[in-house]
Design a protein around this ligand. Structure first.
Ligand code: MLT
Length: 313
């Protein structure tokens, strides 16, 4: 191999669009980012490291590098990258902040509809040999009040899609101007009021010290009885134990959950409860979103390796 080519280490499964952007000027290597010893060995001579959600890029990883210039996360947010540790080593961190926002919003809608019509349970029942029409009575979204917690890019896309179902939209977001929300046909309210009025609540927030555990036992107790909770944002924004308890008590009618406080996980107090629909962090898992994420981060990595300014996507 030609050692003068920059080495880009890909630590998770990314779309082939990544390789299309890199072409022959880059030496691409692969490693399983969850295999810690292999990752630590492989980053030693990498110029760039590409990850998705599963690879923990922390101080130990940075300490194992010798010429790393950029870490790229093929998604929104930087949850699994320790940014201060990168900064301390002079390593640039980039992501693909708009690549999967439509996919995330669509997945939240899918979870909401799945819960409202009990689609997974009905499917399991039918393929299990039972034709039980009377066991699966759903609710309509039409005419319902839907509360959007976090009216950023994904929250707004979710709201726009829900509007087509004839819902009334309310949102809580201290960083959005009421005039902007009004433009979108959404009423901005306090979290308190949202909890009290919404028939369904979908969370669209990043995980920060302020948002972690935002929806816990105290908040769930203030909701309308039978409310549906959706979280396709980040695990831990909704307290899983509190949610499970609220579902058992009948306070919460159902939940659609894509993200968990600990990932990967194969155990949660939510599993096995009726009217809970879960997916293993699939919000960004579409062909389109992964193509975009791959292209966006690969372009940013090329710019970073060339020492050029990397614009926000
Ligand atoms: C994101 O932050 O955009 C997603 O969580 C990325 C992913 O699914 O890997």
């Amino acid at each position: 191999t030609n050692t003068s080519r920059p080495v880009v280490l890909i630590a998770e499964k990314l779309a082939p669009s990544v390789l299309d952007v890199f072409g022959d000027d880059i030496e691409v290597r692969h490693v399983d980012g969850t295999d810690r010893p292999a990752l630590l060995a492989a980053v030693a001579d990498a110029d760039a490291l590409l990850v998705r959600s599963a690879t923990k890029v922390d101080a130990e990883v940075f300490a194992a590098t010798t010429k790393l210039k950029v870490v790229a996360r093929a998604g929104v947010g930087l949850d699994n990258v320790e940014v201060p540790a990168a900064t301390a080593r002079g390593v640039m961190v980039v992501n693909a902040p708009t690549s999967n926002i439509v996919s995330a919003a669509e997945h939240a809608v899918a979870l909401l509809l799945s819960v409202a019509r009990q689609i997974p349970a009905a499917h399991a029942s039918l393929v299990g040999g039972a034709w039980k029409r009377s066991s699966f009575n759903g609710v309509e979204l039409n005419g319902k009040t839907v509360g959007v917690v976090g009216l950023g890019k994904i929250g707004q896309l979710f709201a726009a899609r829900l509007a087509a179902f004839g819902t009334q939209l309310i949102a809580y977001d201290p960083y959005v101007a009421p005039a902007r929300a009004a433009q979108l046909g959404i009423e901005l309210v306090s979290l308190e009021e949202l909890l009290e009025r919404a028939d369904a609540i979908s969370i669209h927030l990043p995980k920060t010290p302020e948002t972690k555990g935002l929806i816990g036992a105290e908040q769930l107790a203030k909701t309308k009885r039978g409310v549906i909770i959706v979280n396709a944002a980040r695990g831990g924004l909704v307290d899983e134990d509190a949610l499970a308890q609220a579902i058992k008590d009948g306070q919460v009618g159902g939940a659609g959950i894509d993200v968990f406080a600990t990932e990967p996980t194969t155990a949660s107090p939510l599993f096995g409860l009726p009217n809970v629909v879960v997916t293993p962090h699939l919000g960004a898992s579409t062909s389109e979103a992964q193509d975009r994420a791959g292209t966006d981060v690969a372009k940013s990595v090329l710019l970073a390796l060339a020492g050029d300014f990397v614009p926000d996507a």
